[in-house]
Design a protein around this ligand. Structure first.
Ligand code: GUN
Ligand code: FE
Length: 470
């Protein structure tokens, strides 16, 4: 038996509207299970003075010999981020072509980049850099789109497992409306998907820890309606049923895409994504749609009835969708919502980017018609529903709910996996010392609003140290 005992402050957001701060706490993590086995108040705020033996006495003798970690006053533990939507092959192009429209961006930039992953060595190099960057940024769980290629998709799953990132990985499916150099036959797409599911289920983490506790999971991934034939969608619906695995796709993302889908399928539910996926058996309680920006209320309700969820990708939506996802409105209807970077439709490789933009997007939702004519002021006294606490909740608990792993990750609680970050709000020149007396509340808010990877001292997934600043 071995593990870790952490002494210090723990900050998380179990609900949307409050930060939970537990100062002077002792947390025990089992290295065998990766789970938190004890979290209790310490009798002293002076934990630096406690010798290891005193700590073992406080924690319980069964934890003798565990590594003791004493946090500094400027440090605290938070849950790791859950990124519900990320295209691994697009890491090459992140931060570029932000002046393109969605279909030009796909055809001229994205498809050529994704096609490069036919070369497994190229993919290995790129994916290793991406997973390392995300772990350093504090992202402990990601739902990925890989590419059409089975070998490179398997490789992404393996890299996540080896580097210790919790991951949901999809081999992308596209058998139409794609360039000649990046398209599959319907049969190859279906067979490749089945091969990929079986491969990931047979991986070490899949065998050792069945079901929800597995570190890496396969996801059935029709790219979006335009690139998938009826035959392909039908077969993928059958596979979703046969294997009872997760499903992801893009839905109701941009005006151009919504119009294109309506042209392609005028006869299914008025050509709306939600109805089309439902028609083909791809709207299940394990489905997570990226974006959903242009969902109607009735469609959000349909998703709720199915048990499906959406990933809000605020940067991509503000850039491309001509609309934003009404997070509060859909939450109030019961929809499960996570947050996504949408690399590279969104240009941030850190979840702090979408968190900040989720707040900004909510501010834009509350915009008023400016009184330019001097005719009177339309409203007063707005209360902003989505603030930094709410956005952090969506990036942690929300993502866990959207992926069906809310019992495993999202908060720091006994019984949950230790997917967590040690954050230092006071590194280098960030002047935390002026705030120290105010405690973790402002340190946490400062980090969420203006921190970066320098503040993420250590990243743990399932109790394992997977990234470290030093
Ligand atoms: N729709 C189809 N493919 C994509 C993609 O790669 N990114 C985004 N944002 N939308 C898509
Ligand atoms: Fe996307």
């Amino acid at each position: 038996m071995s593990g870790l005992i952490i002494l210090g402050t723990f900050v998380d957001t179990p609900t949307r509207d409050a930060i939970r701060i537990r100062e002077n706490h002792l947390c025990v993590v089992s290295a065998d299970t990766g789970k938190i086995v004890l979290l209790s108040p310490l009798l002293t705020a002076d934990w630096d003075a406690l010798a290891d033996d005193d700590v073992f006495k406080l924690a319980g003798t069964e934890f003798d010999g565990y590594r003791v970690m004493r946090l500094r006053k400027s440090q605290f533990v938070t849950p790791g981020f859950v990124d519900c939507h990320c295209h691994a092959p697009q890491y090459r192009q992140i931060g570029t072509a932000t002046d393109y429209t969605i279909f030009n961006w796909l055809n001229e930039i994205t498809f050529p980049n994704e096609a490069k992953c036919a070369d497994v060595d190229y993919a290995r190099n790129l994916y290793t850099k991406l997973v390392q960057r995300l772990l350093r940024n504090g992202t402990t769980c990601v739902q990925y789109f890989a590419t059409n290629h089975v070998p490179a998709s398997k490789l992404l799953a393996e890299i996540c497992e080896r580097m210790g990132q919790r991951a949901f990985v999809g081999k992308v499916c596209a058998d139409q409306n794609s360039p000649d150099y990046y398209i599959e036959t319907t049969q190859a797409s279906c067979e490749g998907t089945e091969e990929f599911i079986n491969y990931v289920h047979g991986m070490k983490s899949g065998r050792d820890a069945k079901g929800k506790d597995a570190l890496v999971h396969p996801v059935i991934t029709p790219r979006f309606v335009p690139t998938c034939s009826d035959a392909l969608l039908t077969k993928l619906g059958e596979l979703a049923k046969k294997y009872d695995v997760r499903v992801q796709s893009h839905a109701s993302e941009t005006v151009d895409q919504v119009l294109r889908v309506r042209e392609l399928h005028p006869d299914i539910g008025g050509g709306r994504d939600a109805a089309i996926f439902k028609h083909f058996g791809l709207l299940t309680d394990k489905t997570l749609f990226a974006h959903g920006t242009h969902l109607r209320d009735a469609e959000a309700d349909e998703l709720v009835r199915a048990g499906a969820s959406v990933s809000s990708c605020p940067i991509a939506n503000l850039m491309h969708s001509q609309a934003v996802l009404p997070v509060k409105r859909f939450h109030d209807r019961g929809l499960k919502i996570g947050l996504g970077t949408d690399i590279a439709g969104g240009y941030s490789a850190s979840m702090l980017g979408p968190i900040r933009n989720a707040v900004i997007q909510n501010r834009t939702e509350e915009f008023v018609e400016v009184d330019r004519e001097g005719e009177g002021w339309p409203t007063a006294g707005v209360k902003w529903p989505v603030d930094f606490k709410y956005a952090f909740h969506v990036a942690t608990v929300g993502g866990a709910e959207a992926l069906g792993i809310q019992d495993l990750v999202g908060t720091i609680d006994v019984g949950k996996a230790f997917d967590a970050l040690v954050v230092d709000a006071g590194c280098e020149d960030q002047a935390f010392d002026y705030w120290e007396e105010d405690g973790a509340r402002f340190g946490f808010e400062k980090w969420v609003n203006m921190g970066d990877d320098r503040n993420v001292v250590e990243t743990f997934v399932n109790g394992r140290l997977v990234a470290s600043r030093s």
